[in-house]
Design a protein around this ligand. Sequence first.
Ligand SMILES: NC(=O)C1=CN([C@@H]2O[C@H](COP(=O)(O)OP(=O)(O)OC[C@H]3O[C@@H](n4cnc5c(N)ncnc54)[C@H](OP(=O)(O)O)[C@@H]3O)[C@@H](O)[C@H]2O)C=CC1
Ligand SMILES: CC(C)CCC[C@@H](C)[C@H]1CC=C2C3=C(CC[C@@]21C)[C@@]1(C)CC[C@H](O)C[C@@H]1CC3
Length: 418
Amino acid sequence: MAPLQGSRAPTEFGGPLGAAALMLLLPATMFHLLLVARSGSARLLGPPPYLPGLEALWSPWALLLCLTWLGLQAALYLLPARKVAEGQELKDKSRLRYPINGFQALVLTALLLGLGMSAGLPLGALSEMLLPLAFAATLIAFIFSLLLYLKSLVVPAFALAPGGNSGNPIYDFFLGRELNPRICSFDFKYFCELRPGLIGWVLINLALMMQEAELRGSPSLAMWLVNGFQLLYVGDALWHEEAVLTTMDIIRDGFGFMLAFGDLAWVPFTYSLQAQFLLYHPQPLGLPMALVICLINAVGYYIFRGANSQKNTFRKNPSDPRVADLETISTATGRQLLVSGWWGMVRHPNYLGDLIMALAWSLPCGVSHLLPYFYLLYFTALLVHREARDEQQCLQKYGLAWHEYCRRVPYRIMPYIY
Ligand SMILES: NC(=O)C1=CN([C@@H]2O[C@H](COP(=O)(O)OP(=O)(O)OC[C@H]3O[C@@H](n4cnc5c(N)ncnc54)[C@H](OP(=O)(O)O)[C@@H]3O)[C@@H](O)[C@H]2O)C=CC1
Ligand SMILES: CC(C)CCC[C@@H](C)[C@H]1CC=C2C3=C(CC[C@@]21C)[C@@]1(C)CC[C@H](O)C[C@@H]1CC3
């Protein structure tokens, strides 16, 4: 059965009202977290310590810095790539091509940064500018989404995303109307999903670590762990960049405020919350506890990477010797579903590994505050919601075979619990 589209398609995220609320709530939450992280009490659930005036938020230098950062990452995106991958087949039977050079962009950014720092670039000072930088990134995301919305009004119908053209401008602005907005070969959604935000996140982490070293003589063990774990996560995402081409964000969701704000503002400024917390609230961490936390992160990463690689290898070539022995279910589409290995344990083993890592990123911050656990709480909600969206799409794609998979593998994310 063909999925419904346009104004007949069911809406997600609570429809236009939910979308409008999220557009206010998400930036408000981000600023709340930034303010609370630097306050003495660091109470996640309390009111913000103060309401910043426009002079604390707006800085033309911060805007210039954000635009320079985007320009640098765009330039690195345009450099020759070691590989050009093809995306999934589109409605008009064509396939888009994507450069695979995200890891190269990370390495080149690190080299440029190293050069800059040896020439005296005060990276630590970035940690003092997080509020105006986050404001500038939000402004950019908002204006960018508006331009994307206007652009989507003049593209042919086949270029629209299945979910983001309900006819309600607020809802469509939030979810995104056009599936793959591009200028020539420059793909805005693919570019934003992995580069400026993810690399920006580790850059902010590094700036917070440098600032800590300046304040206290050397970075704390807790700060080293948070920086190391999150660098591994970002490096892994960029190393396996091609895998993002099969995510629902690229295949199904349009490019609107949700992803533009998520990629450009939410990821760098809220995913770096643990490092922000540690700069203002140093936490003692002994070696034995640090080793336990490293072990938890390693277990999470092992499951996350094992599950993602198993599925990616299987989808590329089901007869690959690494996956050829796994049990499968056939579906009417001709594709198969894995029912043994990682994908026979729960229906989203990669989410389980990701959540275990999220726990390991918070533990170095101790247990005295809830704030550093915000990422774990938000991420659990995001993945539970994402799992439900994916389930709907798989049911639509695979019908009875999906029911059979759910019968054989009854748990979604956490064995025997959920
Ligand atoms: N840090 C963050 O903020 C976020 C991180 N992530 C991470 O990104 C990664 C990608 O996640 P996401 O895009 O949500 O989805 P997944 O990588 O889990 O992909 C889901 C798709 O996998 C295929 N699939 C499902 N079950 C099976 C099976 N048994 N056998 C073979 N194929 C199957 C289906 O697609 P098909 O059959 O068409 O191949 C399904 O639509 C995850 O590791 C996730 O944890 C995701 C979101 C946010
Ligand atoms: C602002 C809202 C709360 C929603 C924003 C969602 C985005 C932050 C996420 C949607 C899917 C994402 C993915 C990743 C980062 C977060 C966003 C952009 C990864 C790139 C993280 C690293 C993984 O290895 C792959 C992920 C793909 C999906």
